[in-house]
Design a protein around this ligand. Structure first.
Ligand SMILES: Cc1cc2nc3c(=O)[nH]c(=O)nc-3n(C[C@H](O)[C@H](O)[C@H](O)COP(=O)(O)OP(=O)(O)OC[C@H]3O[C@@H](n4cnc5c(N)ncnc54)[C@H](O)[C@@H]3O)c2cc1C
Ligand SMILES: NC(=O)c1ccc[n+]([C@@H]2O[C@H](COP(=O)([O-])OP(=O)(O)OC[C@H]3O[C@@H](n4cnc5c(N)ncnc54)[C@H](OP(=O)(O)O)[C@@H]3O)[C@@H](O)[C@H]2O)c1
Length: 447
């Protein structure tokens, strides 16, 4: 039988692991990457339309859970890697497994579609200004979870004459712009923390604008990287509770995190509105070593969400307070994956649900009709923040399905699994209808 061909899109941690695993398992693999280097968003770029870790960014997950399964992290790296170390790690991984020869750099995927007789995939890429279409038996889309910035549109924002942008566009080379300025940072998660750390030494005043609380934890606890405290046994117990007693699991999870937050940070001024946080069942906890200490020291000031812009430098907040003399508003309000390249992906809107369309993917990865030839690795919440060892597990699972080593259930069974998962998602959505906050990529132990 002729060797089966696979197109892998993206040469970040996910794509590199996929390329290596599929090649080792006998496929002929071509990887298309729009950047000029490997490493994905960990390869720092000044290009403002691309999401990038900043040179000051440190991993939230420790190297003990982050490395590839067959390429350990070097001993000389600190527990939490810097952006440059992640980039170096992935470059050495690619060299060690001789992956570069199968990667086409500067190649941007435009779209994937079926050929006329519905037997293979047509992959259309733009390479150095030229569009090229190639046929493949299978496709693995590993082009990132955080491709498009998600900037809210505020009432009367066109009245504002200062800088109004998404954090995706922020680069440390530009910090001089914020010298002596008053800056409002919107959002309270990891990107906000990264940008604040960069501008705080230069700005005159930095405000943290958030519309509700959040569980925020430091990367270390009891002199141990925090991710190491979440043992396999604890995860399994959590999954069992989620599966059989979801209401109890929610209640216990929130109580435990609330207790841990107060124990960790001790002095949490209620005026900051960090607690109560939305339930952990609808909003994942964030990680930052600096946001709470900066609030405690008074270097950062907590304010409400933005209601509307009143003038060239004046903003009204949802509690009715008004700030004048604001020079910049930076929205660290999250990202979405680019699904435009795969317009064939099936979506649905369950009854009594008016949130964003829900992708019909088996296990949040496989479109049922093409499950043995198409995998989308930019949607599942599990893949988003679980370290690179998780990428290896995903790649092996995809390879097993593509090689028919792991038999797929029938189409009706996959569709019914998806319906059950959607019913669970709809129940999460119904509990929290805050704009832009519902994450349709959430998963449970059941999905
Ligand atoms: C600033 C930041 C810090 C993070 N920190 C952590 C952390 O500490 N721990 C953790 O586990 N996760 C973290 N994450 C989550 C992040 O998703 C993973 O770290 C990891 O980068 C995901 O790897 P990936 O290969 O799926 O995606 P990416 O790293 O985003 O790589 C995707 C690749 O696909 C390419 N691409 C995109 N579109 C196209 C196209 N159309 N054609 C061709 N190529 C394309 C991109 O250029 C990129 O190289 C962080 C995310 C951000 C934004
Ligand atoms: N290693 C690192 O240091 C690092 C650095 C950056 C990013 N990351 C990772 O990258 C991913 C993205 O992180 P992120 O911080 O960019 O995004 P994020 O985790 O999705 O957080 C977005 C923030 O914006 C707020 N928000 C969203 N929409 C809003 C709106 N319309 N108005 C006001 N506030 C709004 C959210 O609060 P609500 O609760 O109100 O929705 C939340 O505080 C995460 O997985 C993160 O772990 C890691």
């Amino acid at each position: 039988m002729a060797q089966q061909t696979v197109a892998v899109v993206g040469a970040g941690a996910c794509g590199l692991s996929m390329l290596k695993t599929l090649r080792e398992d006998g496929f002929k693999v071509t990887c298309f990457e729009r950047r000029r280097q490997v490493g994905g968003l960990w390869a720092y770029t000044k290009e403002p339309s691309m999401t990038t870790a900043l040179p000051s960014t440190r991993a939230l997950i420790s190297k003990y859970t982050c490395g590839m399964s067959d390429f350990p992290m070097p001993d000389h790296y600190p527990p939490h890697l810097t952006q440059a170390q992640f980039q170096e790690f992935m470059e050495s991984y690619a060299k060690h497994f001789d992956l570069l020869k199968d990667i086409v750099f500067g190649a941007s995927l435009k779209n994937v579609r079926r050929n006329d007789d519905d037997t293979r995939w047509l992959v259309e890429v733009l390479i150095d200004g030229e569009t090229k279409t190639e046929e493949f038996d299978k496709v693995a889309l590993c082009h990132g979870y955080q491709t498009y910035s998600q900037k809210p549109r505020f009432e009367d924002e066109e009245k504002f004459e200062g800088i109004l942008m998404h954090a995706q566009q922020f680069r440390p080379e530009d910090v001089e712009k914020y010298k002596g300025k008053n800056v409002v940072m919107v959002g309270m998660s990891s990107t906000a923390s990264d940008v604040i750390n960069n501008i705080l030494p230069h700005a005159s005043k930095v405000y943290l604008s958030h519309r509700r609380g959040m569980y925020i934890f430091p990367t270390w606890r009891d002199n141990t990287p925090a991710d190491l405290l979440l043992s396999w046994r604890r995860r399994q117990t959590g999954f069992l509770l989620q599966r059989y007693f979801p209401g109890l699991a929610r209640w216990l999870g929130d109580k435990a995190l609330d207790y841990l937050m107060r124990k960790t940070w001790k002095n949490l001024d209620p005026a900051w509105r960090i607690l109560p946080s939305p339930s952990v069942s609808i909003s994942l906890p964030g990680a930052s070593d600096t946001i709470i200490p900066l609030l405690q020291s008074g270097k950062l000031t907590s304010i409400h969400g933005i209601k509307r812009f009143l003038g060239p430098s004046t903003i009204e907040f949802t509690d009715g307070s008004i700030l004048e003399d604001i020079h910049a508003v930076i929205c660290a309000t999250g990202y979405t994956a680019d699904l435009t390249v795969a317009p064939f992906l099936p979506v649905s809107k369950p009854p009594n649900y008016s949130g964003p369309d829900l992708l019909r993917l088996w296990h949040n990865i496989f479109p049922p009709k093409y499950a043995d030839s198409m995998a989308l690795l930019c949607h599942s919440a599990y893949g988003k923040n679980n370290g690179f060892s998780f990428n290896d597990v995903q790649s092996m699972a995809v390879s097993n399905i593509f090689r028919h080593v792991h038999p797929l259930p029938s189409l009706p069974t996959m569709e019914s699994d998806i319906d059950k998962h959607h019913a669970w998602l709809v129940s999460c959505w119904a509990r929290d209808k805050t704009p832009n906050s519902f994450d349709p990529s959430m998963s449970t132990a059941n999905s």
